[in-house]
Design a protein around this ligand. Sequence first.
Ligand SMILES: *Cc1c(COP(=O)(O)O)cnc(C)c1O
Length: 418
Amino acid sequence: MHHFHYVNGALCCEGVRIEDIADRVGTPFYLYSHATLTRHFNAFDQAFDGIDRLVCYSAKANSSQAILTLFARLGSGLDIVSGGELFRGLKADFDPAKIVYSGVGKTAAEIDSALEHGICMLNVESRSELELINQRATLMGCRAPIAVRVNPDVDPKTHPYISTGLKKNKFGLTSQAALDVYRDAHRMAHIDVKGIDCHIGSQITEAGPFRDALLRLRGLIDQLAREKIAIRVVDVGGGLGITYRDEQPPHPKAYADAIREGLAGLDVRLVLEPGRVIVGNAGVLVTRVLYRKEGDHKSFMVVDAGMNDLIRPSLYDAHHDVWPVSEAAGQRPVRADIVGPICETGDFLSRDREVPDAPPGDLLAVMSAGAYGFTMASNYCSRLRLPEVMVRNDAFDIIRKRQTYDDLIAGESVPDFL
Ligand SMILES: *Cc1c(COP(=O)(O)O)cnc(C)c1O
């Protein structure tokens, strides 16, 4: 469910014609619907009504200040994976007590910053990280609230690059290793054992893996209880998938039911870390067709956005629907690869499928680009980072300016010895 639809043949975001935005900001650009963002956050949060929970939106899906600010105002917490995301979250006015910090490679400086601001908890991914956190907390004279991230060894049945809860992945600790780390943590004067955590992957389209992971966690929670180590917070991570093409992921309500079932009988606070499911279908990438080109074997549609702007097709072979901004072009689909200006064969937005027959000059909307779009963008080939626009009802606002050529070399210097 989203707010991109045709009105009199013109693709609109809520009440604004996308073409009008393109006329003002140029192309390409990212475009987000305020109504979709709000609706998705509220639907997810309300699915857990009746449970003591904290929804911590996962910043890395889309961490633009306007989007973070919107979620902070809706009462969200934040799931972060770096000091940079902590900085962004604090600037967007998230209550530090609602911030959870995951990731296998936290530095001492990042840990210090998290402790100084009094975040909800650090999700510990290794024994050496636990030791460092205890050291830093000792120096600061505080107790660090932690959860241990468990790798439950369940197959989320998603792309291998975004599956994180298998034994062969770098994330978390096996139940046995986690148990040992909990025992140590429990004895450390500057560690407050607060919770347990897992995150098994992303774009997961069935409830089964979530259920299995929670079951594994429960086994460990029970064992810890027998050893008088009380778990007060259960963080089940993120990972709920969305429809890019024809996937049928569980509705947040069905997902919530699976979690509810898994938690039955426990007196704990639930933490959730959804990213993609909140923002994925709330954003599109708008690009303009530059050229049409007929090869011997294939037709190409060269557009002004490339893999540096949206890397998901090249990196994960991900499917994004492509809609014509002028509806008429969609009535005559053609077989063509939509490719960008980058000097790589992997630079495509769609490949080997039917796409709208849009002539040069026409606009296309690459759908479902709200998550892992802008945040994974780069300046490869010295291309400028794109602007981002948010629509609310009949109005739109540029929430990030397009970079300029001067931005490209900002911070660089040429040494005197040259
Ligand atoms: C990426 C990530 C998330 C969010 O994943 P989605 O699939 O976008 O919901 C949540 N928690 C952690 C630890 C992550 O790394």
